[in-house]
Design a protein around this ligand. Structure first.
Ligand code: UN1
Length: 517
C-alpha cells in the first residue's frame, strides 16, 4: 500500500515534500505516523510543526493577507479559477488519496474533491458579486451604503472525514474575499492536507501570490491552542466534535473574535405512510452507511410510520445484507473502514449501550469478519453496518449521541407531529429529511413558523447527507450555528462597513438634533 501512496504523490508532483517520509514510518517524537485504515498499517510519517513553526506560519499568513487584500476581488477570482482548474486536473488522484488515507469509498473520495472544484467555481462568480447595499439617508444630500472588506487571515480547523472539501468551502470563499488562510488539518488526515494545500499554493505562487494558503500540521496543544488564541486571526472556522467546538468557541469569545462552527449532527430521516419506499430505502442506505457513518450529515435516526415500519425494516435489513464492506478503493464497496482503532472501540461501546437499553440488533452489531470483506482478509478497522430497533417505549438514550460509525437507530411513530417532535428532541441540529408524497406533510416539516424541522438543513425526498455547495451549510443548537459554502456564507469572511457621506456642505445631525453654535 505504501507504493500506492507513492504513486499517487508522484502523479500529484509531490514526491519530494520535506515534511513527508514514506520509507521510515517508525513512531518518533515530533512526527505523526499515518496509517491506512484499510490495512491498519503505517504508510507514511509526517513531521509535526512546533511552536516556532506556528509563529512563522501565522506571521506569513498575516503578511500575505496585507498583500492579498489589495488585489482586486475579480483578480483574486482568477487565481481561484486557476486553482479550481488544477484541482479538476488532479481530482481523481486526490480523491484516491482521500480514500486511501481516511477510508471512504473511491466515488465518495472523488466526489469530495469535486465539491472543492464546485466551490471554487462558485467563488469565482462571487468574486464579482461581493455586493453591499445602499440605503436612503434621512438627511438631505447625504449618501449611505455598506461595503464588505477583507477580514484578515482565517484559521481553518478541519476534521478527518472531509479532509479536502471542508477546507475548500472555507479557503475558496476566504480567498475571493481577500483573506489568507492558515489551515490546521486533523492529524488523521495530514497527507490529503499537504497534497491539497501544495497544489493550491503552487498555483497561487505561480501567479505571484505567495503565502495566501498556509498549512500548519501539529498537535492541538501546540498549534491548535495557539491559533484559536491568536488575535491576528479574526475568524476561526472549526469543524469537529461539539466538545471541541465548545472549547474553541470559549477561547475565541474571550478575545472577542468570530467563530464559524460546524459541529456534530444527529440527523433523522422520517418516512411517512405515503412515502415512495424505494426512494426512501436507497436514501437511508447511502445516508447511514456512506463514509462508514462518519459524516456529520450521516443518517443516525430513522422514524418510520407504524403502518409501513415492518415492511420497511425487512427491506432495509435485506439491503444491508447486500452492502459490500471492504477496501474503499475496490469497485462496488460502499462501506470502507472506520478511521482508527479508537473509532471501532467507540462503535462497540455504542452497541453495548444500545443492547443494555433494550435496543434490538436487526443487522450487523459487531466488527466485520475479515473473511466477509471485499477482498477477504483485510486487517483494517472494519465494522458491520448496523441497524438497531428501539424498544417499544421509544426510549433509547444512546441515540442522542453522535457515534461516528454506521449505526442506524430505528423508531416508529403514529403522527407526523410526533415524528417531528422526536427528530427535534436532540441536542444537535444539522440535517433532517422527510420522505412523503404529500405536499401537506412536506410543508409541515418545513413550516415557516419554525414549528417543523429545527435543523440547518431540511430535505424532502432526499437523504440527510450529500449537500450541494450552492446552499449555506451548517446547523443549529449544538451543531454550532455556523454557515459555510454557498448562499451568502461569504459574509462571514468579510467585515461590513457602513459608510455615510455628507455632500451638502452643512452639518446635519441625525435624529433632527440642532446644534446652536
Ligand atoms: C461533513 O461531514 O463535515 O452534505 C460535511 C454532505 C457533504 C458534506 C459533509 N456535502 O454530506
Amino acid at each position: 500500500m505504501a507504493s500506492e501512496l507513492a504513486s499517487i504523490l508522484n502523479t500529484l508532483g509531490l514526491g519530494d515534500d520535506p515534511r513527508l517520509a514514506l520509507d521510515n514510518v517508525e513512531p518518533a517524537a515530533g512526527f505523526v505516523v499515518c496509517e491506512n485504515p484499510t490495512t491498519a498499517e503505517p504508510i507514511a510519517r509526517v513531521r509535526l510543526d512546533d511552536a516556532d513553526a506556528y509563529e512563522r506560519a501565522a506571521g506569513e499568513a498575516y503578511a500575505a493577507f496585507l498583500r492579498w487584500r489589495t488585489v482586486p476581488a475579480p483578480v483574486r477570482g482568477q487565481v481561484v479559477r486557476a486553482i479550481g482548474d488544477e484541482l479538476r486536473t488532479h481530482r481523481d488522484a486526490l480523491g484516491r488519496l482521500v480514500s486511501l488515507e481516511v477510508g471512504k469509498s473511491l466515488p465518495e473520495g472523488i466526489g469530495e474533491v469535486q465539491e472543492t472544484v464546485d466551490i471554487a467555481d462558485f467563488a469565482v462568480g462571487l468574486s464579482r458579486q461581493l455586493y453591499g447595499l445602499t440605503m436612503p439617508s434621512e438627511r438631505p444630500m447625504h449618501a449611505m451604503r455598506e461595503q464588505w472588506l477583507p477580514l484578515g487571515p482565517i484559521g481553518v480547523i478541519t476534521a478527518f472525514n472531509f479532509p479536502n472539501a471542508v477546507w475548500g468551502w472555507n479557503a475558496m470563499l476566504a480567498a475571493v474575499c481577500g483573506d489568507s488562510v492558515l489551515w490546521k488539518p486533523s492529524l488523521l488526515a495530514p497527507l490529503t492536507a499537504i497534497a491539497t494545500n501544495t497544489i493550491c499554493q503552487r498555483v497561487a505562487s505561480r501567479m505571484g501570490h505567495e503565502g495566501v494558503f498556509g498549512l500548519i500540521i501539529g498537535e492541538d496543544q501546540v498549534v491548535g491552542e495557539r491559533i484559536i488564541a491568536d488575535k491576528r486571526f479574526p475568524l476561526i472556522s472549526a469543524t469537529g466534535s461539539c466538545r471541541m467546538g465548545r472549547h474553541v468557541g470559549a477561547i475565541v469569545a474571550q478575545r472577542l473574535g468570530r467563530c464559524l462552527l460546524e459541529l456534530g449532527g444527529n440527523n433523522a430521516l422520517i418516512v411517512e405512510r405515503d412515502a415512495d419506499l424505494d426512494l426512501a430505502l436507497k436514501s437511508v442506505v447511502f445516508g447511514a452507511i456512506g463514509t462508514a457513518g462518519q459524516r456529520c450529515t450521516t443518517t443516525r435516526r430513522l422514524y418510520l410510520h407504524e403502518s409501513i415500519a415492518g415492511e420497511f425494516c425487512e427491506r432495509l435489513v435485506r439491503a444491508y445484507a447486500s452492502v459490500k464492506v471492504g477496501d474503499p478503493l475496490a469497485k462496488g464497496v460502499l462501506c470502507g473502514p472506520l478511521v482508527s482503532k479508537a473509532a471501532v472501540e467507540g462503535f462497540e461501546k455504542a452497541i453495548v449501550a444500545a443492547k443494555a437499553q433494550g435496543g434490538e440488533i436487526l443487522a450487523g452489531g459487531s466488527r466485520a469478519e475479515p473473511t466477509k470483506l471485499t477482498p477477504p482478509g483485510l486487517s483494517g478497522h472494519f465494522v458491520q453496518p448496523t441497524i438497531v430497533r428501539a424498544p417499544a417505549s421509544g426510549e433509547l438514550p444512546i441515540a442522542r449521541e453522535e457515534t461516528f460509525a454506521p449505526i442506524l437507530y430505528v423508531f416508529t411513530f403514529k403522527t407526523l407531529e410526533e415524528a417531528i417532535a422526536k427528530q427535534n428532541d436532540v441536542d444537535q441540529g444539522l440535517s433532517s429529511a422527510i420522505f412523503t408524497e404529500s405536499a401537506r406533510s412536506a410543508e409541515r416539516f418545513l413550516d415557516p413558523s419554525g414549528a417543523g424541522s429545527d435543523c440547518g438543513l431540511a430535505y424532502v425526498n432526499l437523504g440527510t447527507s450529500g449537500a450541494e455547495i450552492g446552499g449555506a451549510f451548517g446547523g443549529e443548537k449544538d451543531t454550532g450555528g455556523g454557515r459555510e459554502s454557498g448562499s451568502d456564507s461569504w459574509k462571514a469572511y468579510m467585515r461590513r462597513q457602513t459608510v455615510a457621506v455628507n455632500f451638502s456642505g452643512e452639518l446635519r445631525l441625525a435624529q433632527g438634533i440642532e446644534l446652536d453654535l
